[in-house]
Design a binder for this molecule. Structure first.
Ligand code: SF4
Ligand code: SF4
Length: 90
């Protein structure tokens, strides 16, 4: 079933701690170079596996992940943009 919310990763807030990656029960997130000053940031690579549970967003103390109800837009962004591109063109 299609989730009602999906993660929207705010690359510029991320500090690369990887807590969100480890908090995902579906192992949907991976770290990539692409943040400011070359830090690694998370991205949802297995978008179709994401159940929209929000644990990744809840785990981030930096506000680096927000859950959005615009699931089609979020899905397209996750599938078509690399984090480095998302940083330049949020
Ligand atoms: S989004 Fe948040 S929890 Fe995930 S790596 Fe970045 S700072 Fe850490
Ligand atoms: S919403 Fe849940 S399933 Fe989706 S990436 Fe975040 S922790 Fe993983």
């Amino acid at each position: 079933m299609k989730p009602v919310v999906l993660p929207w990763i705010i690359v510029e807030y991320c500090e690369g701690c990887t807590v969100c990656v480890r908090s995902c029960p579906k192992k949907c997130l991976q770290m990539f170079p692409g943040g400011e000053e070359g830090i690694f940031v998370p991205w949802v690579t297995a978008v179709d596996e994401c159940v929209g549970c929000g644990r990744c967003a809840e785990s981030c103390v930096m506000g680096g992940i927000a859950m959005t109800g615009y699931v089609d837009e979020a899905s397209k962004r996750l599938k078509t943009k690399h984090p480095q591109i998302a940083l330049a063109n949020p």
